[in-house]
Design a binder for this molecule. Structure first.
Ligand SMILES: NC(=O)c1ccc[n+]([C@@H]2O[C@H](COP(=O)([O-])OP(=O)(O)OC[C@H]3O[C@@H](n4cnc5c(N)ncnc54)[C@H](OP(=O)(O)O)[C@@H]3O)[C@@H](O)[C@H]2O)c1
Length: 350
């Protein structure tokens, strides 16, 4: 483990320099890793681990299209692909990658296979942190560990295939065997993480739920909508409002932020833009801070977890979700976005 300075704060991180793939392979050479669930994270983690030389099997219910997807990806029924219970029985490490709602439903079944010395692995702190609500309480004699890739399972796989990696956090909730650290870091390296930063189950879930409700997804759509509506109410056309709200951000400015930071993006804009942005950003921070504070409070109290457990376990969950996404898709802003995307030079019809 290395200590690294992040803007003046020293944190524990693990890179592939201190923990190379060879060491990870050595650490897990006698382990059978079962990936339970083949949704979004399952395929990325399972395929990366397999191609990195680990012994991996997949557990997936059979009467499902997802089983066929696993077969199409090269998992062989009876050899590397099994029903969930059989995979759990064979495993020494169970990577519990069902949807968060599925994890709650299947827990009584999975629990039976958690014999002493095994490891139970999560990619989210949700199940354990909110155990009073999820009912997921592992036995004392198994390791309980977490590697949470900071991005979609699809990106985890794509970046792996490009020879790059997605950063992940790791945490140990229970070290029953004395081997939890080596196990968790070896798995993190094995799934193709770029570097691993240390967290706890609680911190992982609190920051993750805040982030997706906040700047990553919820807040950004809210700020887009507020600015778009203001421009429209003042007589600007949909094209103008969309370009000044979304298109310029995603196409021109965010790639610059990703490359070298916000100050560098500012430095590469006009002096008029710089002056205005520097004058206004703190007002937006101050206006939204109370909303972020109440969001964090709701997350910490478990209310956000309860809302997602309740809604995700309803039988009409997918239908309702589709209706809400359709409402967003059908809004004038995103309808305009569809037209604007089609007009990008690389997409426009020649
Ligand atoms: N999505 C991401 O990129 C991402 C990123 C970071 C962390 N995570 C975490 O990774 C974990 C997995 O998330 P995910 O998004 O990959 O999940 P997901 O795609 O929603 O997982 C679906 C899997 O769960 C199975 N499943 C759901 N309900 C089930 C039930 N009642 N019985 C049996 N199988 C059931 C599905 O089988 P069927 O297809 O047969 O229903 C499928 O294999 C979660 O803890 C999540 O928070 C996800």
């Amino acid at each position: 483990m290395a200590k690294m300075n992040f803007g003046g704060v020293v944190e524990n991180v693990v890179t592939r320099e201190e923990f190379p793939l060879k060491k990870a392979q050595e650490t897990l050479k006698n382990e059978t890793i079962a990936i339970i669930g083949y949704g979004v994270q399952g395929p990325g983690q399972a395929l990366n681990l397999k191609e990195n030389g680990f012994k991996v099997i997949v557990g997936q219910r059979k009467d499902s299209k997802t089983w066929d997807k696993a077969v199409a990806d090269g998992w062989v029924p009876g050899e590397t692909l099994f029903e969930i219970e059989e995979a759990c029985e064979k495993a020494t490490i169970i990577q519990y990658l069902l949807s968060d709602a599925g994890q709650i439903i299947l827990w009584p079944t999975i629990k039976k296979y958690l014999t002493p010395g095994k490891a139970l692995y999560f990619s989210h702190g949700f199940a354990i942190t909110y155990s009073e609500r999820t009912g997921i309480i592992p036995p004392d004699d198994v390791d309980v560990i977490l590697v949470a890739p900071k991005g979609s399972g699809t990106s985890l796989r794509r970046l792996f295939l490009e020879g790059r990696g997605l950063n992940s956090s790791y945490a140990i909730y229970r070290d029953a065997t004395g081997k939890a650290f080596d196990r968790v870091v070896a798995l993190g390296v094995g799934i193709g993480s770029g570097y691993l930063f240390e967290t706890t189950f609680k911190k992982e879930v609190y920051s993750d739920l805040t982030g997706e409700r906040g700047t990553l997804m919820g807040a950004i759509q809210g700020i887009f909508a507020a600015q778009y509506e203001t421009l429209r109410a003042n007589g600007h056309t949909p094209s103008e409002a969309f370009n000044e709200t979304v298109e310029e951000l995603t196409q021109s400015l965010m790639p610059l932020v990703a490359e070298n930071g916000m100050d560098w993006m500012y430095a590469n804009c006009s002096t008029t833009a710089q002056r205005g942005a520097l004058d206004w950003w703190k007002k937006f921070r101050d206006a939204t801070k109370p909303v972020f504070e109440s969001l964090y409070d709701e997350v910490q109290k478990g209310n956000e977890a309860q809302i997602s457990i309740d809604s995700n376990s309803k039988p009409d969950y997918r239908v309702k979700l589709e209706a809400e996404l359709k409402e967003m898709r059908d809004s004038e802003m995103w309808q305009t976005g569809e037209v604007v995307r089609g007009l990008r030079p690389e997409r426009a019809k020649k």
